[in-house]
Design a protein around this ligand. Structure first.
Ligand SMILES: [Zn+2]
Length: 366
């Protein structure tokens, strides 16, 4: 076995974490049960967290969770434990927002924001009650039935838990026959395509806890709901040489005329606006930590849409086209949360966003 400074340091760190965890468990939980069916009593050591999350949600949906706490929440993570024993990815918390000394109501926190002069870096803020939020994603194939939503701290101690029932979503099967040109775009090796794919994945896996741009639920990015492919379609690609490939359609396709105007579905920061081999003219907007909306196959990208710009919901971002791997003019609209694809239209509804304007108003000071 090899030893290095890094190994020893990691071992020390892990042992310290385990000792602290044991201490927390001993002091924090009267029952000391190995599985935490209920949130642990705090006894002043573990934060008392009140979660706001839906009781049930469909496969392939975003899951917006808010927390109010009498303690400062930092470094917390959300994870789902599904009925078949599988686990979701880890969803990091948004940057916590210190709230007023008196009362934990989100609305009073929002109103008192203007009276706060110390900001996040004040030593006092670490002692303040805080609100935070997580945007999680239920995978299109997540196991059905009751799932356990758990909030844990940096030591892996579960601070809060709630049951969320995962409901089924129906998916269609679809066969796409590609001519030799489209077959080549999708299947041929190409170093430029590889570089574009790596950069694309790196962007979508970037998580900035302070990236809170979304201020309301989404609106439709175009004035048509003529869908030609649906979220979660099980696709079979038939290549021109007779071979096949299978994939899930990660977004929704709207078949509309070339030149149809496109709008930003929500307030966000432009992180990509360029021509790509497979997806054609493409725009990616960052809305929340780890959450992105993607617009593909555009004919044109509006001049004002360039990386680094923060653009409001409903601003014109380009026009529908048929660039890249496309068989006709259409918008491919996609949403990724921690790289998991969810149904973009489910972000149009308010029920997944309890109190969104209140908490986000608190965060952004709006
Ligand atoms: Zn598509």
């Amino acid at each position: 076995m090899r030893f290095s400074c890094t190994n020893i340091w990691h071992r020390l760190l892990r042992t310290t974490q385990q000792l602290l965890l044991l201490l927390f468990l001993f002091l924090g939980s009267a029952a000391a049960a190995p599985c935490f069916a209920e949130p642990l009593p705090s006894f002043g050591l573990l934060p008392d967290i009140q979660l706001h999350a839906p009781d049930s949600i469909s496969q392939g949906s975003p899951l917006f969770v808010l927390a109010e706490s009498q303690s400062y929440l930092s470094g917390t993570k959300l994870r789902l434990y599904y009925s078949d024993g599988s686990l979701s990815q880890v969803f990091p918390a948004f940057k916590p927002v210190p709230v007023a000394w008196h009362g934990s109501d989100l609305r009073s926190a929002s109103q008192s924001r203007s009276r706060q002069t110390t900001g996040y870096l004040s030593a006092f803020s670490l002692l303040r009650p805080s609100n935070t939020a997580w945007m999680a994603a239920i995978h299109a194939d997540a196991a059905l039935g009751p799932a356990s939503l758990r909030i844990s701290n940096g030591f892996g101690v579960v601070l809060a838990e709630q049951t969320v029932h995962i409901q089924p979503r129906e998916y269609k099967a679809e066969i796409l026959r590609l001519n030799s040109v489209l077959t080549s775009i999708r299947a041929d090796p190409d170093p430029i395509k590889d570089e574009q794919a790596r950069r694309y994945q790196a962007l979508l896996s970037t998580v900035d806890p302070a990236a809170i741009y979304l201020d309301a639920p989404f609106i439709m990015p175009l004035e048509s709901r003529r869908r030609t492919s649906f979220f979660g379609d099980r696709r079979t690609y038939q290549y021109s040489d007779g071979s096949k490939a299978f994939s899930m359609h990660a977004g929704i396709d709207y078949g509309v005329a070339r030149g149809t105007p496109l709008y930003a579905a929500g307030r966000g920061k432009v992180v990509l606006a360029e021509s790509r081999i497979v997806t054609g003219n493409t725009i990616i907007l960052e809305h929340l930590p780890g959450m992105y909306s993607i617009y593909m196959h555009l004919d044109t990208i509006a001049a004002a849409v360039s990386p680094g710009q923060i653009i409001p919901r409903g601003s014109r971002i380009g026009t529908v086209g048929s660039t890249g791997l496309s068989t006709g003019p259409h918008l491919h609209w996609e949403v990724r949360i921690m790289q998991v694809a969810v149904d973009p239209e489910s972000l149009l509804r308010i029920d997944n966003f309890p109190k969104i304007s209140t908490i986000l108003g608190t965060i952004e000071g709006r």
